[in-house]
Write a protein that binds this ligand. Structure first.
Ligand SMILES: *Cc1c(COP(=O)(O)O)cnc(C)c1O
Length: 391
């Protein structure tokens, strides 16, 4: 076994695809400490800076005194607390859906939903750049599985027309996690209706960032439950806590309670996390200045990059990737930036397709304009010369 594993590890190293973890000694925030060295970081998904917010922390502490730490059992046994229930109701009201169901995390929500809705008599159609959890869920469900070209509604339409299946489910990221662009939802809604297909959106990166109240793509495009019947959100990103939720009709939520195995066969999230999330939901919704500030940072960054002649991808979200192509280039750039005290992650296959390795820069409302200036200065020194070499 050792020899076989070492061989595979070596292959991965040689392809510049080896991954290793950085150990943080601080909370998430613009500045983190790793091995005693301070870095200015642009890589977390804490888009509104709520992961370390004093009110959220205070709610967690208070709820721990009331509920203890562990959930203690699965939701269907005796692990469903008042704190979980209240958060579900608050999220249902926030999303304008009949009901919401909490999951332990987004990965499990996606596995649970798709396998509860589909089986081998059905077909699932996924954008080829969907998050890994959606792609894995499609495979696990046993449904016939097709990936359509990224945001290409015509390509999807052709595939839908050619498929005879009991149920046909279209699945897309709302804001794409590694590209930062947005799915063409009004067109997808129309197509789904024409074709009598079902639509599911995973808006892990849209909630908190898009829409006046942070309601994500559903609010941004004004898509009610009838148009967008299966809406998934995660709590570990802009909400700054942990977990995930599915929002939809009474029948959808009851179906998940009965049949979603990743809901049924796991311990509920710690109730205090649910209580803390109620506080972060209030901040996310009411304090829209965080979204405004975040947008200002994004504009400032994009303008600065244009002045440096740096090519960015077509994104208005806090995810601002710089495409560099090869995995080894991406690693070299990420290392060079780290030497200047700037932390930006290199994203490589299989997370993204071959030849599209990138620096995935993310912004948070906790960043300042000065932070963005420092990033631009480091990029000018590091990335600009390389992009010229490539050209
Ligand atoms: C992060 C992410 C998930 C997984 O959510 P977790 O709660 O971290 O498991 C699912 N879908 C998308 C699009 C994501 O970006």
């Amino acid at each position: 076994m050792e020899k076989a594993l070492q061989q595979d590890l070596q292959t991965r190293r040689e392809a510049s695809l080896y991954r290793s973890r950085k150990t943080l000694d601080t909370a998430q925030g613009p500045e983190v400490v790793i091995k005693g060295k301070k870095y200015l970081a642009f890589c977390n998904n804490d888009y509104l800076g709520l992961a370390n917010h004093p009110e959220v922390i205070a709610s967690l502490k208070k709820a721990t005194a009331d509920y203890g730490v562990g959930g203690g059992a699965s939701h269907l046994v005796v692990g469903h607390s008042r704190a979980h229930h209240q958060l579900e109701e608050a999220l249902a009201e926030f999303t304008g859906r009949d009901r919401v169901l909490l999951f332990s995390n987004g990965y499990m929500a996606n596995l649970g939903v798709i396998s509860a809705l589909l089986n081998k008599r059905d077909a699932v159609f996924q954008d080829r750049l969907n998050h890994a959890s959606l792609l894995d869920a499609g495979q696990l469900s046993g449904a016939r599985f097709q990936r359509y070209l990224h945001n290409d509604v015509e390509n999807l339409a052709t595939r839908l027309e050619r498929t005879e299946a009991r149920r046909r489910l279209i699945v897309t990221d709302g804001v794409f996690s590694m590209d930062g662009d947005v799915a063409p939802l009004p067109e997808l809604v129309q197509l789904a209706k024409q074709q009598n297909a079902w639509l599911m959106v995973d808006d892990a990166h849209g909630f908190g960032c898009l829409g006046k109240m942070g309601g994500g793509v559903a609010e941004f495009f004004d898509l009610p439950q009838d148009d967008l019947p299966v809406l998934v959100g995660t709590l570990g990103k802009a909400f700054g806590t942990a977990g995930a939720f599915v929002a939809g009709s009474e029948a959808l939520i009851e179906t998940l309670i009965q049949f979603a195995r990743t809901y049924i066969y796991t311990t509920s999230m710690p109730p205090a996390v649910a209580a803390a999330t109620q506080t972060s939901l209030k901040l996310l919704r009411e304090e829209s200045w965080r979204r405004d500030h975040l947008q200002a940072l994004i504009q400032c960054f994009r303008k600065g990059c244009a002045q440096l002649g740096l090519q960015l991808m077509d994104s208005a979200s806090p995810i601002q990737p710089i495409m560099v192509g090869s995995a080894s280039n991406a690693m070299a750039l990420s290392d060079a930036l780290a030497q200047q005290g700037i932390l930006v992650t290199a994203i490589r296959p299989p997370t993204v397709p071959r030849g599209t390795s990138r620096l995935r820069i993310t912004f948070s409302a906790a960043h300042s304009k000065e932070h963005v200036e420092q990033l631009l200065t480091a990029l000018e020194r590091t990335v600009s010369p390389l992009q010229e070499d490539v050209a």
